[in-house]
Write a protein that binds this ligand. Structure first.
Ligand SMILES: [Zn+2]
Ligand SMILES: [Zn+2]
Length: 101
């Protein structure tokens, strides 16, 4: 299965590397922490996919909610990589598609 990646920088999302934690914009699209940081302008971020503007209080990106659906996929992917077990892949692929909208 494919590991969930940020659609802007194509780095893998991570739940442990703070630069690559997937975070939700107001519109529901998810980007990694690093890309949102790079796009903040006057406490707002314009979504690169749908142009919805998300307000970021005090430019503090950590106030944006983590995308826990993606974090679960990451954990499952890591688990199945370790275990060489692909049984969960069809479930996680479905989650992935719905969370990217
Ligand atoms: Zn990114
Ligand atoms: Zn969007």
């Amino acid at each position: 299965m494919s590991f969930p990646k940020c659609k802007i920088c194509f780095d893998r999302f991570s739940d442990t590397d703070s630069e690559h934690i997937p975070r939700n914009l107001t519109c529901g699209h998810a980007l990694c922490h690093k890309c949102i940081t790079a796009m903040v302008n006057n406490s707002t971020v314009e979504c690169p996919f749908c142009r919805t503007v998300t307000n970021i209080v005090n430019n503090d990106i950590t106030k944006l909610l983590k995308n826990f659906a993606l974090i679960e996929v990451i954990e499952d992917a890591r688990y199945s990589l370790n275990k060489k077990d692909v049984v969960v892949s069809c479930i996680t692929e479905g989650l992935l598609n719905s969370s990217f909208g």
